[in-house]
Structures are given as C-alpha cells and as structure tokens.
Design a protein around this ligand. Structure first.
Ligand code: UDX
Length: 448
C-alpha cells in the first residue's frame, strides 16, 4: 500500500514539500495551526513566489491528492510518515534558534498518532535536538503504537525549491533504526536516481550537515566580499579574481559573487544559531570566525550606503531608484534582505527612495511601508539622481542603458551585485560604480 504522508508546517519549506510529495504520487495532508494559511492553501492559493509551485499546488488540491488541515488528530490517524517542516526562527534579541514550534509539533503529532508511523524532522535545528526529540516522541506516543524518528535536513534553494525537492543532489538521513531508513528510502524512491547519494548517518551528523553547508556557503560569500574591501582600496577586478580562483576545482566559482552580501531566511540565522549552539556546548572559540563572516557581510551594506552618500554629497531630498529588494532574484522573500536594508537606510538618511522589485514589493512594503514602491522599472528611475541595482533580477541585468538615459536626472548607477557590463554603461554616458571595485568617481566625490 502506498504510504500516506503528512507535512506539519506549511510555510515555505512545508508547502513545497507537501506539493512535491503529492507530485511523487503520495496522498499528502498538510498541517498547520494557522487556519487562514490552511484555507488559502486548500483553495490552491500560494502566498509565496516560487517558480512551478503554484501549478503543483493547484494540480494536486484539485485532484484531491493534496489536502490541508489544522487538525493533528486527523493527521495522526492519516499519516504513515509525518514530516516536520515548521520554522526555527532566531530567538528575539538572541542568536539561538527558537525550538518552540518544532518541540510543540513533534509532541502533538506523537500524541495524535494512532498507527505505527515515522516522524521525520526537516527543519534546521541546533545539533543535539533530534536525539532529544526522539526522547520526546517516546514519552508522548500512545501505548501500543510504535512511532519511529529520523532527521532528514532540507537543502532546497528558494527559486529552485521544486526542482531541488523533486531531484535532490543528495539525501541525508539521521536515524538509529533500519526501519526508519527503509521507509524514507521508499518515500524518496522516485525522486532519486540510481546515482543520487543517500547518506544514512546518525542524528548529530545529519543535523550538522545542514548547518555546515550553510556556514560554508556564507563563509565563501564573505571570503570574496572581504577581498572586495581590498580591491576597493588597491584596485583590481573582483570578478576576474573570483573567476580565476574559481577555476581551481578545489575552490569552484559558485558563491563567489561579490556584492552587498547574503541574506534570506537561512544563511544569516543559521550561522548565528550555530555559534550560539557551540557556545552552549562550551566551545566558545570554535565558530568565532563566523562572527567575522557575519560582520564582513554586514559591512557590505554599509559600503553600499556609503557609496550612495558619497556620490550624492548628501542623501537629503535626493531621489534614489532602488532596483530589487528581494534577498535574491526569482524570490519575493525579503527576510534579512541586504537590498531592503540598504533601501531603508537610504530612506532614513533623507533620500526619496523609489523601489521596484518584480516580485517582492508587497512583502517589502509590509516591512518598510514608507518607501515609495512602484510597479515598473521606468517609474522607479524617472528623475532619479542615482540608480542602485541591489538584487540581480534578469530584468535589471539586461537593462539597455540607452533606454534609461533620457529618463533619469543623473546618469549614475551603483551595481550592488556586480552583474552589469561596465563598458556598455560607460559607452552610454553613465557613471557606473560596482561594489568591490576601486572607483575614481568615488574618490573624486569623496574629496569634494
Ligand atoms: C540557502 C542554501 O543555499 C540552501 O541550500 C539552504 O537550504 C537554504 O539557504 P537560499 O536562502 O534560498 O538557500 O539562498 P542562496 O541561493 O543560498 O543565497 C543566499 C544569499 O547569498 C542571497 O542573499 C544571495 O544573494 C547571496 N549570494 C549568493 C551572494 O551574495 N553571492 C553569491 O555568490 C551567492
């Protein structure tokens, strides 16, 4: 008999996982305490921007293969496998992860399970959590019902969430039971090809693989951004530097794009939570370098604001067009977005900030309602004293500078993501400054 799955927590990760598991042929029940979210998902409506996901959601809610509920009792009677996909946000005022939602949902589903089943954690958690949660499951589950426990971290990237779930590049699973492994292999059988690595390990390794991967990626970005600070001072081309070191197969070119740095719902929070966790373990100095990774990252935002301030003399009353506020392209997510942070700081310093993002305006305006959000690039740049490209949507990468020339007040652009072609912009009469590059224009402006 085909396994029936539940996915507890229907945010970004959970909604994607639920729809993709339905696509793999399972009957799936999504569970959330948020009734509004459940109602809208049941109607096939998705509150997030993720390529391919709305189609999957509609297809499977219509076919009835994917349903949603707020009832743990319903989920406990239905599911053979329960995936935990609730959030682990940064605790207010602290760096540590807030485990409240994970603990509550694991306990609730363990209590509600009326048949032998497997609970699989997917959220990103502090190392040591899975073993503790397994104990919680043993305490909470009903007499006569066997509830197994496993940890299966999620590596999906926003913008590629569907593909990453349906065709993962690796699967990692932590457990201490052969039965749990067999069940999870059955779930993923159609998602993995014969050569997709399936790494079966203990709980601690599985938890750490996720945070180690994100810490490494964050470090890689801050590494190139630290070199940006050098090239901004001494000269040199940060892109060529990244290309050249990236050709070393041991290093690799990906995640060496210098710019305003990383943001989003994962990387910043995960490196902070990791530091907090290892400190709790008494290893205060072990992950101290991640402080530096975080600081280098935040300094890029300062740099972007400094460049704008320097070019414009003062920001007071100047019109700055901000292109992109999502934390990365093809996403409407503005959680810890460097672009939105920079836009808000320009506003705080007196600039009249006009924002255009192809998908993230609505989310950004919830966070910073005072910026002027417009729904077209041309409107954003009209009469601008400065244009700042802060998220590298292809719509911006492919701008024809000649087309903007007659529209702006001053032909100057800051490339916060190192994606524009200098020669093209310069030939069209623009002053262009890319983060990570020394600039005479900036030096002249600073000397004034
Ligand atoms: C990340 C991990 O990649 C993913 O595996 C994990 O499951 C969740 O966290 P995501 O947050 O979707 O995924 O975004 P990612 O593509 O990793 O980008 C993170 C941030 O780094 C973005 O703000 C992006 O703009 C920035 N970045 C990325 C750079 O500044 N330079 C780069 O070279 C790459």
């Amino acid at each position: 008999m085909t396994l029936r799955l539940t996915v507890i927590g229907t945010g970004y990760l959970g909604a994607t996982h639920a729809a993709c598991m339905a696509e793999l042929g399972f009957e799936v029940l999504g569970v959330d305490v948020d009734k509004e979210k459940i109602d809208s998902l049941s109607r096939g409506e998705l509150p997030i921007h993720e390529p391919g996901l709305p189609e999957l959601l509609r297809k499977h809610t219509e076919s009835g293969r994917l349903r949603f509920t707020t009832s743990f009792d319903e989920a406990g009677a239905f599911g053979d496998v329960h995936f935990i996909a609730v959030g682990t946000p940064q605790r207010a005022g602290e760096h540590a992860a807030d485990m409240t939602y994970v603990d509550a949902s694991v306990a609730a589903i363990a209590r509600a399970a009326t048949k032998d089943s497997l609970i699989v954690g997917k959220s990103t958690v502090p190392v040591g959590s899975a073993r503790r949660l397994k104990g919680l499951v043993a305490e909470e589950s009903r007499d006569g019902v066997t509830v197994n426990f496993a940890w299966n971290p999620e590596f999906l990237r926003e913008g590629f969430a569907v593909a990453d779930t349906l065709r993962p590049d690796r699967l990692v699973m932590g457990s201490d039971s052969a039965a749990a492994e067999a069940t999870l292999r059955e779930v993923y059988a159609d998602a993995i090809s014969r050569d997709t690595p399936f790494i079966s390990t203990d709980f601690e390794t599985a938890e750490l693989v996720k945070v180690a991967a994100n810490a490494f990626l964050a470090t890689k970005i801050s590494f190139i951004n630290a070199f940006s600070e050098v090239t901004e001072t001494v000269g040199g081309n940060i892109r060529t530097l990244a290309d050249a070191i990236g050709l070393d197969a041991r290093i690799g070119r990906r995640f060496l794009n210098a710019g305003i740095g990383f943001g989003g719902g994962c990387l910043p929070k995960d490196i902070r939570a990791l530091q907090a966790r290892v400190s709790e373990l008494g290893l205060d100095s072990t992950m101290r370098f991640l402080n530096e990774v975080d600081e280098v990252n935040l300094r890029r935002r300062d740099r972007a604001v400094y460049v704008a301030e320097t070019l414009l003399g003062s920001l007071e009353g100047k019109k700055v067009a901000v292109l992109g506020v999502a934390f990365k392209p093809n996403s409407d997510d503005v959680r810890d977005s460097p672009a939105l942070d920079v836009a808000a700081r320009l506003y705080s310093s007196g600039a009249d900030v006009s924002v255009y993002d192809p998908a993230a305006n609505a989310n950004a305006s919830k966070r910073y309602p005072r910026l002027n959000y417009v729904d077209a690039l041309a409107t954003a740049v009209a009469d601008a004293d400065l244009v700042m490209l802060l998220t590298e949507w292809s719509e911006f990468v492919n701008i024809d500078p000649a087309e903007l020339s007659g529209v702006v007040s001053h032909k100057q652009i800051v490339d916060g993501r190192n994606v524009l072609n200098h020669d093209k912009w310069t030939a069209a009469g623009w002053d262009i400054i890319s983060l990570g590059h020394k600039s005479e224009l900036l030096e002249l402006a600073a000397a004034e």
